[in-house]
Design a binder for this molecule. Structure first.
Ligand code: NDP
Ligand code: GDR
Length: 348
């Protein structure tokens, strides 16, 4: 049985990747952060009581800011594969917390690589390493973007990820480690964090539909993104670690749409006129914006045999259907007096 270690297991991608790995027969170990409230909602359905014989998913407390803790987890787990998905992953937040973002996203990757390298040097067992790189690294470089496109990061988040990208390549070249980068374009889902634009829109529009919300405030509607579904993208992550040679891959659909197009489609699906409900609030503008991301996934298709299965239309359909059900449940609870309507939506 193969053992995988996943940082960021409680996040959108961590939860889908864990499902995939469990299905493939892996024992999955995840690093979670201590919080004053439970933060394991996305993986609760996968978690088994540690007292059961050979549970498929095991959790360890840790943090990418804590190198000695990471070393201990590597010692205990002795993984075959490490997926580094943990990150302060919100671009707008990275302008408010640049130092923290760089510590976790850039130095955190280095800490993990060092832990794997030292364990490998001592025991001869080097885990294969996947780094969650991002299309944000291309930033201001015009589309289409492929593995050959130069980086031009436009946020502390993107700059930190560029560091982690090169550090991963350096460990591959310096220590012959199997260390690979995925350069993933935006991928969304029913589990997407609610302050990312797609989920913010589907949550708000469905709440508007059932009468729980009146307005939706957004920033730049002209930005264009290449949006896929997270389920497809975690399949690519796994494939990246199964090929014979470590390498770097763009993972994208090869289509892009504006934020406005996403809004229009969501509201149309709910028979609503978006212009009645959407307002622009400059607080959602970023100091430097990434205007247009549109990936070229030719290499991933050729080398990994990877294809995205969920289209843009289907992605929107699935997210709206899911969130409409959520909004209806919320409404029932509100009417029964079990829930207050105001939602603590952060300003990002
Ligand atoms: P999420 O924001 O949903 O999840 C991030 C995960 O990282 C959570 O499990 C979070 O834990 C964890 N985390 C945050 N800070 C730390 C820390 N200091 N130490 C350890 N873990 C930490 O992100 P996604 O699942 O969407 O993305 C996964 C990875 O892929 C990220 O690295 C992201 O930057 C990258 N990426 C994402 C893309 C996308 O479109 N989704 C595209 C390209 C790259 P907690 O639950 O406790 O907050
Ligand atoms: P992004 O995703 O920055 O591409 O990073 P996000 O959904 O936050 O923004 C996409 C685009 O929408 C515009 N936008 C808004 N964004 C948010 N969050 N809230 C708004 O109200 C709003 N209005 C307009 C943004 O300006 C932007 O142009 C995501 C993250 O998952 C990263 O971790 C990942 O690396 C990249 O995708 C690829």
């Amino acid at each position: 049985m193969k053992r995988a270690l996943v940082t960021g297991i409680t996040g959108q991608d961590g939860s889908y990747l864990t499902e995939l790995l469990v299905k493939k027969g892996y024992e999955v170990h995840g690093i979670i952060r201590r919080a004053s409230t439970f933060n394991t909602d996305r993986i609760d359905h996968l978690y088994e009581d540690p007292h059961t014989p050979s549970p498929h998913v095991k959790l360890h407390y840790g943090d990418l800011a804590d190198g000695s803790g990471l070393r201990r987890v590597i010692e205990v787990v002795q993984p075959d594969e490490v997926y580094n998905l943990g990150a302060q992953s919100h671009v707008a937040v990275s302008f408010q917390q640049p130092e923290y973002t760089v510590d976790v996203d850039a130095l955190g990757t280095l800490r993990l690589l060092e832990a794997i390298r030292d364990f490998g040097a001592r025991t001869g067992k080097f885990a294969r390493f996947y780094q969650a790189g991002t299309s944000e690294m291309f930033g201001a470089t015009p589309p289409p973007q492929s593995e050959a496109t130069p980086f031009y990061p436009r946020s502390p988040y993107a700059a930190a990820k560029v560091y982690a990208y090169w550090q991963t390549i350096n460990y591959r070249e310096a220590y012959q480690m199997f260390a690979s980068n995925g350069i993933l374009f935006n991928h969304e889902s029913e589990r997407r964090g609610e302050t990312f634009v797609t989920r913010k829109i589907t949550r708000a529009a469905t709440r508007i539909k059932v009468g729980l919300q009146r307005k939706l405030y957004l920033g730049n509607l002209d930005a264009k993104r290449d949006w896929g579904h997270a389920e497809d993208y975690v399949e690519a992550m796994w494939r990246i670690l199964q090929v014979d040679e470590p390498d770097d891959f763009v993972v994208a659909t090869g289509e892009s749409y504006s934020v406005k197009a996403f809004v229009e489609r969501v509201f149309a699906q709910l028979d609503l006129d978006w212009e009645e409900f959407v307002l622009i609030d400059p607080r959602y503008f970023r100091p430097t914006e990434v205007e247009h991301l549109h990936g070229d996934p030719t290499k991933a298709k050729r080398v990994l045999g990877w294809e995205p299965k969920v289209s843009f239309a289907r992605l929107v359909e699935r997210m709206v259907k899911h969130d409409l059900e959520l909004a209806r449940q919320e409404k029932t609870l509100v009417e029964a007096g079990h829930l207050v309507t105001a939602r603590g939506m952060a300003n990002v």
